[in-house]
Ligand binder design. Structure first.
Ligand code: AMP
Length: 215
């Protein structure tokens, strides 16, 4: 098994805000759209996820951009007093509108380095609605899990049924003999953001407790 920590990262910490936040109890790596999508429910759930992370003394690990749901989840985490770790490839800084106000911001050389570092810093993974970047990241951590490269819980937030089609397709792969039930069991999905976050974080061995401030 290859542990995430074994490959060295040549990253540069480009910026760090004065860190007034408490040490986080756990880290949630969020994959989500660089756009906001058409339904207000997508933006609402991104804010809900960021707020929940901060209110339970968690830390957000994400792609470091300001666009779309990515920007919303980071802003909500920060607004609720939480730590935000952003990891962005050098070449995408302009396109993805780097969030310079991250608690920790890493500008890395390659997409591979970003994904590796995000995975390394995570205790759990959660995919919100998004596009092909989100799909790719979600499928990668799912495949890494089936290969035994990590054993971190993985969630798919099925806001307003956004991932119904993907889940049905995966289930049809089981029927077609290309996927097994045990592989499906490596991911958890649901529409209720707080219930899914609670489940993932507990599965990673943490007991997320709401902080009194801000509740
Ligand atoms: P999207 O879901 O397509 O809006 O993209 C969400 C995020 O995924 C953006 O920060 C993209 O840079 C990132 N992304 C795009 N392609 C990839 C990839 N191959 N691996 C990892 N992340 C990616």
């Amino acid at each position: 098994m290859q542990a995430f920590g074994q490959r060295p990262c040549t990253r540069t910490c480009a910026h760090a805000d004065p860190d007034m936040t408490p040490s986080p109890a756990f880290s949630v790596c969020v994959y989500c759209g660089s756009r906001s999508g058409v339904l207000p429910a997508y933006a609402d759930v991104a804010r809900q996820v960021g707020t929940w992370i901060a209110q339970h003394n968690g830390q957000l690990v994400y792609g470091g951009g300001n666009n779309g749901l990515m920007g919303l989840v980071a802003q909500a985490t920060a607004d609720a007093g939480g730590r935000v770790v952003g990891i962005i490839p050098k070449a995408l800084q302009t396109k993805e509108n780097t969030r310079t106000a991250c608690t920790e911001l890493y500008v890395v050389d390659t997409m591979h380095e970003r994904k590796h570092m995000m995975a390394e810093r995570a205790d759990v993974f959660l995919a919100l609605p998004g596009g092909i970047g989100t799909f790719e990241e979600f499928f990668e951590v799912w495949t890494w899990r089936q290969l035994g490269y990590h054993d971190k819980p993985i969630g798919l937030l099925n806001t307003a049924g956004y991932y119904d089609g993907l889940l049905q397709f995966a289930q049809s792969s089981v029927s077609a003999g290309f996927l097994s039930d045990w592989q499906m069991d490596l991911i958890r999905s649901g529409e209720d953001a707080t219930a899914l976050l609670q489940e993932l974080v507990q599965a990673a061995g943490f007991s997320p407790e709401p902080q009194l401030a801000g509740i």
